[in-house]
Design a protein around this ligand. Sequence first.
Ligand code: ADP
Length: 376
Amino acid sequence: MLDSAAFVARLNHALASGERTIPVLLLRLPEFAEFAWRDGKRSAQRIERATTRAFSAAASRVVRDRDLLAHDVGSDWFCVAMLTPARGAGSYATIDARTALERICATMSLETGRRMESGWSIVEGPLAETTFAHVREQALERGARERERYEFLATVGHELRTPLTSIRGYIETLLDDDIDPQTSRRFLETARREALRLTRLVEGILDFSMLDLRAPDKSSECDLTSVARAAIEALVPIARDAGVKLEGEFDGPVRARIDADACMHVLLNVVENGIKYGGRPGIVRVHFERQDPFVALFVDDNGDGVAESDAERIFSYGERVQATSQAAGRGVGLSIVRTIVERAGGAVRVEPSALGGARFCIDFVLAKAEPVPVPS
Ligand code: ADP
């Protein structure tokens, strides 16, 4: 195992001898500093030695003869430079790097029982020891972005279900019930609108997976009232089947600084949750209040509500509350809601509702107001 000075020297030598690009894999033990601070230096050193052994063992199954392993004693990172040309005919260096990284990371986590951060980068020119620190940072950033994108893609699959359920609900009603021509036309129009939205969602899957990486479009605006009306209409079949009454109280147009599709996504999620987790018979009420420079959207229901201790947790990816776990769901809808709302400069929280259940409060930035700084 090399230290960073020897590692950088060997990389530079390889580059000087004609190597054009070298994939570098990075693994990091994120809790290392905390161990040292909490349990003392000796205990941190023990953990470091065990992690180093796990790294050597895991990497030895993946690396080839010319690849290099590096770690500085007392540091939290472990590194591999893939100097042996790409494995297998026709394989690309990046695919190779990702596969190798995943294998090392999985084996290390299994063996140490600790979470590892990982990422990779490509070195193309001579390195100084200071730029090596930068390469390590870049690699970890790239790893984090790749994981976000992967999780988002998985999440969007779940989100395609809402428009499908709504379309099916309208079609089944049209087939089963005796409905006057005017109402059936309205149902068909709603179903078509949801089908169009479904198409947009499918087409935009890649865009959605990039949601966390792109700067939000600050010029987008929409009228919250018409989006809320459309969301309620789309959910009427689901609400009716569940015995839930949907109510919207709107005074007129309210323009907010958010893209209409993204806003529709947020509303559908929160209102559908109100139906799903609301009382039986249930009531879900949607209304807005202007609170310059925001407009607050409130979605109230009469279900069991969300305990204060769960109020933060339910917005995390994959989190659900035990008591509601019998209802179909995967605990990803609200994490998307929070991402979309925060990207548009707003905020979302849950509190007790006067109706007895949960009140979801979503602040959108009013369109006429100055833009509020968006977290990058
Ligand atoms: P899903 O509904 O698919 O589980 P969400 O991310 O939409 O995922 O919701 C996460 C969790 O938050 C739900 O599983 C449920 O426990 C809780 N929750 C959401 N909305 C409500 C609500 N209106 N009333 C009570 N609990 C809710």
